[in-house]
Ligand binder design. Sequence first.
Ligand code: HEC
Ligand code: HEC
Length: 318
Amino acid sequence: MKKVLKIAGTLFGALVLLVLCLAAWISFSPPPEYESRSIPVSIPTDSAALALGQKIVQTECVLCHMGADGKLSGRQFTKADNPFGEIWAANITGHPEKGIGRYSDGELAYLFRTGVKKDGGFAPFMMVPNISDEHLGALIAYLRSDAPLVQASESAPPAPKYGFLAKALMKFGVFAPKLQEIRPIEAPDPGDQVAYGKYLSTAVFSCFECHSKSFETNDDYVPENSEGYFGGGNSIEDGSFDIVHSANITMSKAFGIGKWQQADFVRAVQTGQDPDNRILNPVMPRYAALSDTEISAIWAYLQTVPVLENQVQRIAKQ
Ligand code: HEC
Ligand code: HEC
């Protein structure tokens, strides 16, 4: 009996030691590094392309990168007690050292496709891997323009201090770039509403990122493989770092938006007012720049997304 206990004790001790070593490795060894590359990208110069780039930047990139100086000079968007850590979004104005002036167009394109930064670090919250080549070119053209939003700012936000969860996911390769997947990408024809709506809500604008179960289990490459796809419940920090849960926007009549009309949807997405004239929490961006046609395409796509009967407790202040 004593012997058995002794063996069990030793095994348990060994297990504890192993777990401690693993935890120490996750916490203290440097994060994985990747090689930054430059990939071919064609940068348009016409005004229609610049307007397209502006639309993407003003609706999408501002969510995380809008600084106190009114430029895309970076801001803190999670605090240290967030499981992903204390995360600051970078200065992405044209500043030659503090902003993206230090990137070539090709290096920027590589970052947007893979999340690999020029310094070799991986930025897990910063990828648009399925955006079309045309939209990617337009996006970079706008970032390089002299628009007030991207004019050089001196601001230098601290590098993100990733928490245990983010570090573990990076070290075990869950949050990792897929380096082999660079291929030409074309956007679907806007006439194909369902396909175009899917493209807009998953590849260009991050609807699915916020509206699925959790950032942790989102699949940026194959969005429909994300857990709880469009079923809501993801925890997002608002401007005062309180947690807000995203809505279920599948067509569930009980818990989603299955009873809404298309016009209700268009209005809610553009103005932030639901059919009962309730004002949505500001964490839900106001997509005033999206046209009725674009939002209707997203609506058409949502009709095809599997319904999830997931009841979300909408506003949970902590
Ligand atoms: C969900 C929040 C989020 C969104 C949305 C977002 N970013 Fe980022 N971005 C970040 C974070 C966080 C970092 C810093 C990551 C790091 O340093 O590891 C970053 C880093 C970057 C960098 C690298 C800067 C550097 O110094 O290496 C660029 C460029 C960039 N973002 C551009 C964009 C553009 C363009 C958009 C819009 C298409 C965008 N981001 C949307 C969070 C976001
Ligand atoms: C930054 C995270 C975020 C992004 C990106 C986002 N949403 Fe939301 N959305 C939310 C949150 C959080 C709510 C819940 C707000 C509330 O409870 O007041 C919400 C609510 C909604 C609602 C209202 C649902 C209801 O039942 O009242 C609709 C519709 C919606 N979002 C559609 C979209 C679409 C379409 C997109 C992309 C174009 C999108 N959202 C992008 C976070 C986000």
